[in-house]
Design a protein. Structure first.
Length: 92
C-alpha cells in the first residue's frame, strides 16, 4: 500500500473515479481512474504510468468514437514507490 503525502502534508488516499479527458474538442469519460486524493485540500494525484495510461485511454476512446471507456490498468503496473503527478497535469 502506497503511503504518500500531499503537498499540504496530509495523507492521500487512492480512489477510483470517473474522469473527463479531452482531445481537441472531444470530451470523453474514463471510468474507474485510480487517483490519489487529499481529503483536506482535495488535490488529486496520479502516478506517472497511470498518467500516461489515462492519456492513452482518452485517445483510444476518441479514436473508437465512444463517449466512455474503462481505465483498465495494465498488469504489472503496481508500484510501491512512484512519483505522483498532480492530476491536472495529466489531463493536458
Ligand atoms: Zn492536501
Amino acid at each position: 500500500m502506497m503511503k504518500e503525502k500531499c503537498l499540504c502534508g496530509n495523507q492521500i488516499q487512492m480512489q477510483f473515479k470517473d474522469e473527463l479527458g479531452r482531445v481537441i474538442d472531444r470530451l470523453v469519460t474514463i471510468k474507474n481512474v485510480p487517483i490519489y486524493y487529499c481529503t483536506d485540500c482535495e488535490e488529486g494525484y496520479m502516478t506517472g504510468p497511470d498518467c500516461l495510461q489515462f492519456a492513452d485511454r482518452v485517445r483510444e476512446a476518441v479514436e473508437l468514437g465512444v463517449e466512455e471507456l474503462e481505465f483498465e490498468r495494465e498488469k504489472g503496473m503496481e508500484f510501491d514507490q512512484v512519483a505522483l503527478n498532480n492530476f491536472t497535469h495529466c489531463k493536458k
